[in-house]
Design a protein around this ligand. Structure first.
Ligand code: MOS
Length: 732
């Protein structure tokens, strides 16, 4: 099905099942431990062997020699596969850094060997016996030091944009801001580590893994192993989080496949937690300069956003300026991205790539600018709202309710009570509130599904879509139930198997809208098959309460299926609506913090997000996405930072002891409100994404709340107490 005109009314609009707060259908499997994650796949007839990976101890250079003699004779060891043994392997298309094979080292902890043994402990112990000789080379590891060498990245990344004459307008503006902000390297830190089990059957391999994008992985694994894609079977039915870290093929899958081939038995490989931050990808650090010029009345006349980031040769920029192209009005504007070559591990997508770090800077700048103007920051944002793409004013937004989010949030949160900076004190706590806008584009991806109706009237959906903890199983079941007129108890959902139709996968907050649209398309086909089998005119057929009705004929769906059942299969493809209309999601984050006047410690007291993201398919799963994202934003504001060793080129705090993500005690109270809206330009579901929107702007709202509490403006994340303490008011 091609979606190229705005949706009109369709069976989803009945909202008998879609839009309802239904608990996730995979919840019981997960809470009872019966959902088997990648490392847990278990067949009692199989004797699994355990692979333990070894990572490079240099950031750049070559491996000269690997001495694995001692490891090979260690107790329980079945084999050792080294990067020198396998020689150069072809790199998958989507990875910048190679994952394994050959002598070249591109980054610290790049996989150089896997030791396979009867038990995990034996493999781990033997891996410690591997000795490696390197020829190390000098690398570039310090973004700030490399800023001056940064270049304009590949034109495909659309690095520059402009409209009007920024410089002239900025030079003559009544009130101006010119400030620099920075965001650190961040690690996805998902709960489930990257893990794979590989089993060969002749020249075919089956890999149970933890992947957001089944077809991307399948293609790149086949390329790397040098085998036919048809000979790779990938399974990833349950995933313990990804956040972008599992978008692209990872070393565990390659090592498991090579090790299993080498020893002739199925092999399990998990990346040990301390190897993950340097072995896999991360969100690259940014340095951002923002300039804004406005009239005294608060109208923005000039806005510029430049961002510097780094990556390995062949990599791309962190696209931190993207939201500035669309969020606020202003006739004269420019954005630019510069990319430095760094020999740190590969930088790549992490939840809301671009917008998340971009808004961390932009939304502080907006707060600073409103203060300079003496205008309330909410009023300032509303004054500069735009219903069209400000760089291309003939392009309207499909639907945009940023103003609604800000005004409703202000009312619910008690914005009117906000005091001036540093003026509210409760005992040892300086208390303040802050706001930031949320913005994330709504992307769509082709997505396929197969829907089967069996003789018991059960509808089974098959698609290679993944559920990374987001609720895909549940919203897909709701979609099929609504379309086929059955209850949730009559729907089964099978996901994450490369034998199923290729879906959108999970990423870029495109999964929910795209994948359910694919299921919608397949259900349309199945409805046609049912109608035609019954000789009904499909135009007036109603699917309701497990029956099919046309005029006064009613047939139970089970009967229509017949003994052999019926199947509908289709892929949702997308026309030009994302080009003719700017499709984005919007929100407003409100945060109250207390900052300890003596120690500078920040405690978040309450958070509110108001989101405008089209139809909400399931308010429970959508809310979970947003509160999880708000929590991630708290980490981004206050604690998360990969510390770069700029001499040796690696992330020092490469485990969950040193890389601090928020815990329950850090998040006292969260509320989420969804605007009641639909966007007919987005899909027949009229839905958009929320999984990344929820993160966008949160950290800046916290930064702004800290400023309101203390009067101390911090522009460099994370806002740790050392950045506050020197400037806090004297303790009275
Ligand atoms: Mo997302 S960073 O595309 O999983």
């Amino acid at each position: 099905m091609q979606f190229d005109t705005p949706a009109t009314s369709n069976p989803i609009d009945q909202l008998k099942v879609v839009g309802k707060p239904i608990h996730r259908i995979d919840g019981e499997l997960k809470t009872t431990g019966r959902a088997m994650y990648a490392y847990e796949w278990y067949d009692p007839a199989v004797r699994y062997a355990y692979g333990y990976p070894v990572g490079a101890a240099i950031a750049k250079g070559h491996v000269i020699f690997i001495d694995s003699a001692a490891a090979k004779t260690a107790p329980g060891v079945l084999g050792v596969v080294t990067t020198l043994d396998v020689g150069d392997l072809e790199k998958g298309k989507l990875n910048t850094a190679k994952l394994f094979g050959g002598s070249e080292i591109q980054h610290y902890h790049q996989a150089i060997a896997v030791v396979v043994a009867e038990t995990f402990e034996q493999a781990c112990a033997a891996a410690a016996l591997i000795k490696v000789e390197y020829a190390a080379e000098k690398g570039a590891f310090d973004l700030r030091a490399e800023m001056t060498h940064a270049r304009t990245p590949d034109p495909s990344t659309e690095p520059d944009s402009s409209a009007g004459d920024f410089q002239a307008a900025f030079d003559t503006a009544a009130v101006t801001l010119d400030a620099e902000y920075s965001t650190p390297d961040q690690s996805h830190s998902m709960m489930e580590p990257h893990a794979s089990i590989a089993a060969w059957d002749g020249d075919k391999v089956t890999v149970w893994t933890s992947s957001q994008m089944i077809d991307w992985w399948r293609t790149d694994l086949a390329t790397t192993l040098g085998i036919d894609k048809e000979h790779v079977h990938l399974m990833s039915p349950f995933i313990g989080g990804g956040f972008g870290g599992k978008l692209f093929l990872r070393a565990d899958a390659v090592l498991a496949a090579l090790a299993a081939k080498a020893i002739g038995r199925p092999v399990k490989v998990a990346l040990p937690r301390p190897m993950i931050p340097n072995n896999t990808t991360h969100r690259p650090a940014t340095i951002q300069r923002i300039r804004i010029g406005a009239e005294h009345d608060g109208k923005i006349t000039a806005i510029a956003h430049e961002s510097w980031s780094g990556d390995l040769p062949g990599g791309g920029p962190e696209t931190a300026v993207m939201q500035t192209r669309l969020l606020y009005a202003g006739e004269n504007r420019m954005t630019a991205m510069k990319l430095a070559t760094l020999d740190l591990p590969e930088g790549n997508a992490m939840r809301a790539p671009g917008e998340a770090p971009g808004l961390m800077a932009l939304e502080i700048a907006i707060d600073e600018m409103s203060e300079k103007l003496g205008i309330d920051p909410i009023e300032f944002r509303i004054k500069n709202d735009t219903q069209v793409d400000p760089e291309n004013p003939e392009r309207p937004f499909s639907h945009r309710d940023l103003v609604g989010c800000l005004t409703l949030g202000a009312e619910k949160f008690g914005w009117a009570e906000r005091a001036r900076p540093g003026a509210r004190r409760q005992g040892n706590w300086l208390v303040g509130i802050g706001v930031a806008a949320a913005f994330r584009n709504n992307l769509v991806m082709p997505s396929g599904a197969r829907v089967k109706l069996d003789r018991d009237g059960v509808v089974t959906v098959e698609t290679d879509m993944t559920d990374i903890g987001t609720g895909s199983y549940t919203i897909i079941a709701q979609t099929a139930a609504e379309m086929m007129g059955v209850g949730m108890d009559k729907v089964a959902v099978q996901l994450g198997d490369s034998r199923f139709p290729v879906s959108a996968g999970s990423g870029g907050q495109f999964g929910a809208n795209s994948a359910t649209s694919g299921v919608y398309a397949a259900c349309v086909k199945l409805r046609e098959a049912v109608s035609s089998k019954l000789g009904f005119n499909s135009a007036d057929v109603v699917f309701e309460n497990g029956d099919v009705r046309s005029g006064n004929r009613i047939v139970p769906l089970a009967e229509a299926a017949g003994e052999d059942g019926l199947v509908g299969e289709d892929t949702m493809e997308w026309g030009d609506l994302t080009k003719t209309h700017q499709q984005s999601t919007f929100g407003a984050h409100f945060v109250e913090v207390g900052v300890d006047i003596a120690t500078g410690e920040t405690r978040i007291r309450r958070m509110l997000a108001v989101c405008a993201a089209g139809r909400i398919l399931n308010p429970i799963t959508a809310r979970s996405q947003v509160i999880g994202a708000m929590t991630m934003g708290a980490g981004g504001a206050l604690s998360e930072e990969l510390a770069v060793d700029t001499r040796h080129g690696f992330f020092v705090n490469h485990d969950l002891a040193g890389y601090e993500v928020p815990v329950h005690a850090d998040i006292p109270h969260q509320e989420v409100i969804f605007m009641d809206e639909t966007d007919p330009y987005s899909s027949p579901m009229k839905a958009k994404g929320v999984g990344e929107l929820g993160l966008c702007g949160v950290s800046a709202a916290i930064a702004n709340a800290i400023y309101n509490a203390t009067g101390v403006r911090v522009r460099h994340y994370p806002i740790t107490l050392d950045k506050l303490i020197g400037d806090l008011p004297d303790v009275a």
